[in-house]
Design a protein around this ligand. Structure first.
Ligand SMILES: [Zn+2]
Length: 76
């Protein structure tokens, strides 16, 4: 018996960004993603959590990092 990781719901595992056909890798809070990358268009059928593909996750990380850096600079 193969105990392979089998995709239960391919749509749920897809990246939550509209028109993105990549596989979602990271599960994130939709709210957080919306506030960090407001220009990112998320699909309307996603719930409280959204999966982001590698590229979109990178984009999200970059934005959150930038914000943190700006915050830090403001304190220095
Ligand atoms: Zn994507």
């Amino acid at each position: 018996m193969a105990m392979k990781h089998k995709p239960r719901d391919t749509k749920a595992d897809q990246c939550g960004v509209e028109n993105c056909k990549e596989k979602g890798r990271k599960s994130l809070s939709t709210k957080k993603v919306r506030s960090a990358v407001p220009n990112l268009k998320l699909r309307s059928d996603i719930g409280k959590r959204v999966h982001l593909c590698k590229n979109h996750y990178k984009e999200y990380k970059k934005k959150t990092k930038k914000e943190r850096e700006l915050e830090r600079l403001a304190w220095e």
